[in-house]
Design a binder for this molecule. Structure first.
Ligand SMILES: [Mg+2]
Length: 353
């Protein structure tokens, strides 16, 4: 079988970088994209922030009120999705024009299957060219991961940010993954992470060497796939445009929240992002899904159903319920059909101004 070489490109703090390029006066300043902080009284969360802002401890999904406390002199900007979509289209055109099999996976991420090149060093030089072209034409940077699977390429692109490149050759895959925290595996959220911690599993290496049968008791049918992931095994292909797909945006809060204002503003912002993406890609949609993850912290200590007036009771594993459900992440997604009908999206917007 031919050696697979997959490249994952991920733009660095995309929204903030686009703003800093459009407004040179913001360069080298802490820039925060998200809700209006209203002098620390604002609700809603940080969508992304510049690396300068990160040095003050600001992170994505943090309440903007907290970001304001950490760095009151930061430049706080509302998101301009139309602008980000336009720059994203430019980025994707550059990546696609490399001529290899291409798949865009979000507004600022894409895969290329560059297996025909046949060598990892050659792949690295293609990646370097793409990075340079994006920087030159659009004034923003991206980080790249190169590996034998989509999974490892994605983990690798996050390894050296910003403007980094990480090449993981097949024989170095397990060694590369082993020391990383399990949370680095795409799809491992706080809930799965906690379950793994309970089993004494902290790193991907711990997971790879864990008894798969014991893993099955906690993760059921998903155990084998999870174990494969920890070993860097992933046969999924880079697909130009799968038949049916979904568009989604999600955010995991820095700290869990039960503030209705923060939750509803976050939902509105995610909805706006997804709607802009639908319009950009000329798509219409069929099913709307809103996923809200409720913290399971209390579950670890409390058994038996407990209901609190005014709060929906939430069932967790083993029929246990939450006493205090605090919101951990919000996902807003559309299952996408094919052709864009402007009426669908504007109707949605109308309902959620
Ligand atoms: Mg990114």
């Amino acid at each position: 079988m031919r050696q697979r070489i997959i490249l994952h490109l991920d733009m660095d703090s995309f929204y903030a970088s686009v703003e800093m390029h459009a407004h040179p006066e913001f360069r080298h300043k802490p820039v925060v994209i998200g809700a209006d902080p209203k002098q620390g009284r604002g609700r809603g969360v940080v969508l992304t922030c510049s690396y300068e802002a990160r040095s003050f401890g600001i992170r994505s999904a943090m309440p903007v009120s907290q970001a304001f406390v950490l760095c009151p002199h930061a430049v706080f900007l509302p998101p301009d999705f139309a602008r980000y979509s336009k720059v994203s289209a430019g980025v994707m055109t550059i990546i696609r024009s490399s001529g290899y099999r291409f798949q865009q996976v979000s507004i600022d991420e894409a895969f290329l299957d560059i297996s025909p090149l046949g060598s990892f060093p050659a792949a690295a030089s293609v990646a370097e060219q793409i990075q340079a072209t994006i920087a030159e034409k659009l004034g923003i940077t991206c980080s790249v991961g190169i590996a034998q699977s989509r999974l490892v390429a994605k983990i690798a692109s996050d390894f050296k940010k910003p403007a980094g490149m990480t090449v993981v050759e097949p024989e170095g895959t397990r060694e590369f993954l082993a020391p990383l925290p399990v949370r680095k595996i795409p799809g491992i959220g706080r809930k799965a992470e906690l379950a793994l911690f309970e089993m004494g599993i902290r790193t991907i290496g711990d997971l790879a060497s864990y008894d798969i049968r014991k893993l099955g008791t906690a993760f059921g049918k998903g155990a084998a796939a999870l174990h494969d992931t920890a070993c860097g095994i992933d046969g999924s292909e880079v697909e130009e445009r799968p038949h049916m797909r979904s568009l989604s945006r999600e955010i995991t809060f820095e700290t869990d929240t039960d503030d209705p204002g923060v939750i509803s503003m976050t939902l509105d912002t995610l909805a706006e992002e997804v709607c802009t993406a639908l319009v950009r890609e000329n798509l219409s949609c069929r099913t709307l899904t809103v996923k809200v993850t409720i913290s399971i912290r209390v579950l670890l200590f409390r058994r038996g159903p407990v209901t609190v007036p005014g709060r929906p009771s939430v069932s967790g594993p083993g029929n246990r319920s939450l006493r205090h459900g605090t919101c951990q992440e919000v996902v807003f997604s559309f299952q996408v059909l094919s052709i864009y009908s402007p009426a669908t999206v504007s109707k949605y917007r109308y309902k959620n101004p």
